[in-house]
Design a protein around this ligand. Structure first.
Ligand code: FAD
Length: 395
């Protein structure tokens, strides 16, 4: 933790208790959960309940609703700390902490009253967000280029909407209680002109969970399909205005990319620390690996990539809450690209520094490689995010 740029004692206290939680409740369970064959068995309610008991699950909920009201910069630090121990655990909570923040901003007082008290009081209440579909994926990151609709369609009926279609790859999809769902509400126009955001809850009739995806890494988090068959959503679950769903996505998610970046830089820190330790203990060529110039230079570069990515993440997370001080929209797209590229480079180099030992499962490096690959694509494929940022910077 020493290398994180902590700015006040509140942050220090929160990070210390998150580290204690991760050491006691997460670390001892990671290897066994990661090795489960059935992807659903990688998810642990024990960890969620332990996180609830120490206040982590509702960290970002404002004090008005019974949370701690922690800001986005501190949350990014927390998400990184969790990522050092396990990427999946970091994602389970990053999604929930992010969506609690967004929910509070994007919904009306009656919706907040109805849903946030349930979230606060249920130790197993997690959030998820359903946007990606098999046919409409990167398209929603680049809507002006793609000019595509969502295939999942909500038809207006008396008192609400009837939804048919599906979403996939949804983090916490099978374990969440409350979701923000983005669907098409107008035919013949692209999603940025005719989609709408709704609140939905697990257990509503017509909404079922499909396949739980079998992922190569990030296995302590579950991702699932959401299936909608003549699924009725009542009027009171509409978020914002009909047809303005894309506005909800672009207006209320400034810190999302920074949190994703923080999760993956946690994995990079884990790899880097292992690489330094190995280089300090392994002797070849008559001296410790770290005394060989090539390896020392590699390690310094890894440290630089972590520090540079973290500074970018912290700037984006702080400005997301303080936009009047210079927020620019590329900060909502680029930190994750930088951090995930850095993490990929750092884990592959950690493998190299470990030599043949790194390829053996017991070294733990192969898990970090499987995990690091997730964020080249999660929260937007990197190339798509670069194009999205280019749109903000140059169009
Ligand atoms: C672990 C994980 C967790 C996720 N969690 C969620 C979640 O909770 N909720 C959710 O809604 N989604 C989630 N997603 C979806 C994620 O955000 C991505 O948007 C999605 O995976 C990308 O879609 P795709 O795989 O179909 O790629 P595609 O969109 O098919 O892209 C394939 C390739 O084509 C490139 N490409 C696409 N369009 C263009 C273009 N216009 N110009 C140039 N190149 C282009 C892409 O960069 C990529 O390299 C998750 C994904 C993963 C892997």
């Amino acid at each position: 933790m020493h290398e994180i740029f902590i700015q006040n004692e509140d942050q220090r206290a929160i990070l210390e208790s998150v580290r204690r939680f991760a050491e006691e409740e997460v670390a001892p369970k990671v290897a066994e959960l990661d090795a489960q064959q059935n992807p659903e068995d990688g998810f642990s309610w024990d960890i969620v309940e332990a996180a609830d008991a120490m206040g982590l699950r509702t960290l970002t909920l404002s004090e008005e609703y019974g949370g701690l009201g922690v800001d986005s910069l501190t949350t990014a630090m927390v998400v990184e700390e969790l990522g050092r121990f396990d990427l999946g655990i970091s994602v389970v909570f990053a999604q929930t902490l992010k969506l609690a923040q967004i929910f509070e901003k994007a919904t009306n007082p009656e919706q907040r009253e109805r849903h946030l008290s349930k979230y606060r009081d249920d130790p197993r209440h997690l959030f998820a967000i359903g946007i990606t579909e098999p046919e409409t994926a990167s398209n929603y990151f680049l809507p002006q280029r793609a000019k595509a609709p969502y295939r999942t369609f909500a038809e207006k009926v008396d008192g609400g909407w009837v939804v048919n279609g599906m979403k996939h790859f949804i983090s916490n999809g099978n374990v969440a209680k409350t979701y923000l769902l983005f669907v098409q509400t107008e035919k013949g126009v692209p999603l940025h002109e005719g989609s709408t955001c709704f609140i939905i809850e697990q257990g509503m009739e017509g909404f079922t969970i499909g396949r739980v995806h079998d992922k190569m890494g990030e296995r302590l988090a579950n991702n699932a399909e959401l299936i909608f068959q003549d699924f009725f959503i009542p009027e009171e679950n509409l978020v914002g205005e009909v047809g303005k769903g894309h506005g909800v996505l672009s207006e209320f998610f400034p810190q999302s990319n920074a949190y994703a970046a923080a999760s993956i830089i946690g994995v990079a820190v884990n790899a880097y620390e292992r690489a330094v330790e190995w280089a300090q203990t392994r002797v070849q060529g008559g001296k410790h690996l770290i005394e060989h110039d090539g390896i020392a230079a590699d390690l310094a570069e890894m440290r630089m990539l972590i520090d540079g990515s973290r500074s970018y993440i912290h700037r984006a997370a702080w400005l997301a809450d303080n936009q009047e001080h210079g927020w620019d929209r590329s900060l909502g797209a680029l930190p994750k690209v930088m951090a995930s590229q850095a993490a990929w480079k750092i884990v592959t180099r950690t493998l190299e520094i470990h030599g043949g030992h790194g390829y053996m499962k017991e070294a733990g490096i192969e898990k970090l490689m499987r995990d690091a690959a997730a964020f080249l694509h999660s929260d937007g494929v990197n190339r798509t995010l670069l194009l999205k940022a280019a749109g903000f910077l140059y169009d």
